[in-house]
Design a protein around this ligand. Structure first.
Ligand code: DX5
Ligand code: ZN
Length: 225
C-alpha cells in the first residue's frame, strides 16, 4: 500500500514580500512546504537561496522540501540540509554522482531527493532508488510556475512506482508542475504520493482550503488503489 499522500505547496506562487505569512497560511493543512531554489543558470530564472531559507525556517515548523534547480548541487545542497531542510532534492541533470550527494545529504540530517526534468528519461536512475528518500518527477519543464501539466510524464511515475513496489522501498514519489484539482488524481493513479502545487494553492482564495481539497482528491485515489 502507498503511504498517505503529502501535499507540498510551492511558495514560488506566493508573494515574495510576505513569505512568512504565505507559510503561515498553509500551516495545519500542508505536510511540507516546497521551496524552489533557482540559480539563473541551471534554469533561466532566479528565485531565492540559502539566507532566505534560513530565515523562513525560523518562522515555521512545517518541514521544508527544498527543490534545487541549480548547477553544482554538490557545492550548495549540504547547506540546505544544515539549515534544517527536511528533504533536499537536486537535479539528476546537474549531478555527476547522485549516490555520493545523497549520502552527504543524509549524513547532514536530511532526506535526499533526486529530480528528473521533463526531457530526461528515468530508466538510468532506477538503480539508484535504494540510496534515495524522494524521487521528484517534473510534470513540466523546470523553471517557472503556472505551466500546464504534462500527462505524458506519468509513464515515468509508473516506472518509478513499479520499481519501488518490486523492491519494497521506502521512497516518496513526488510530482511537480501543473498539479491542481483537475490533474492530481491522474498523478496519484500513476503512483505519485507527494504533490507539489504552487498556483493551485496560492492562486486560490483560501490556500489552506485548496490544500485540503487536493489532499482529499489524492486520498480518494490512494484508497481505491
Ligand atoms: C517549477 C517549480 C515548481 C512550481 C510549480 O520549476 O519546480 O515547484 O512552483 O508551480 P505550479 O504548481 O504553478 O505548476
Ligand atoms: Zn519545484
Amino acid at each position: 500500500m502507498q503511504p498517505s499522500p503529502i501535499i507540498a505547496p510551492s511558495i514560488l506562487a506566493a508573494d515574495f514580500a510576505r513569505l512568512a505569512d504565505a507559510v503561515h497560511d498553509i500551516e495545519g493543512a500542508a505536510d511540507w512546504v516546497h521551496v524552489d531554489v533557482m540559480d539563473n543558470h541551471f534554469v533561466p530564472n532566479l528565485t531565492i537561496g540559502l539566507p532566505v531559507v534560513q530565515s523562513l525556517r525560523r518562522a515555521t515548523a512545517i518541514p521544508f522540501d527544498v527543490h534545487l534547480m541549480i548547477t553544482d548541487p554538490e557545492r550548495w545542497a549540504p547547506g540546505y540540509a544544515e539549515a534544517g531542510a527536511h528533504n533536499v532534492t537536486f537535479h539528476a541533470e546537474a549531478c555527476e554522482d547522485p549516490v555520493a550527494l545523497a549520502k552527504t545529504l543524509r549524513a547532514a540530517g536530511a532526506k535526499a531527493g533526486l529530480a528528473i526534468d521533463r526531457d530526461t528519461p528515468v530508466e538510468p536512475y532506477l538503480e539508484l532508488l535504494p540510496y534515495l528518500d524522494t524521487v521528484l518527477i517534473m510534470t513540466i519543464k523546470a523553471g517557472f510556475g503556472g505551466q500546464k501539466f504534462l500527462p505524458e510524464m506519468l509513464d515515468k511515475v509508473r516506472d518509478v512506482r513499479r520499481r519501488i513496489r518490486a523492491k519494497d522501498l521506502q521512497v516518496r514519489l513526488e510530482v511537480d508542475g501543473g498539479v491542481a484539482a483537475d490533474t492530481i488524481e491522474q498523478a496519484a493513479e500513476a503512483g505519485a504520493d507527494a504533490f507539489v502545487a504552487g498556483t493551485a494553492v496560492y492562486g486560490a482564495e483560501n490556500p489552506a482550503e485548496a490544500v485540503r481539497r487536493l489532499k482529499a482528491l489524492a486520498e480518494s485515489v490512494t484508497v481505491r488503489a
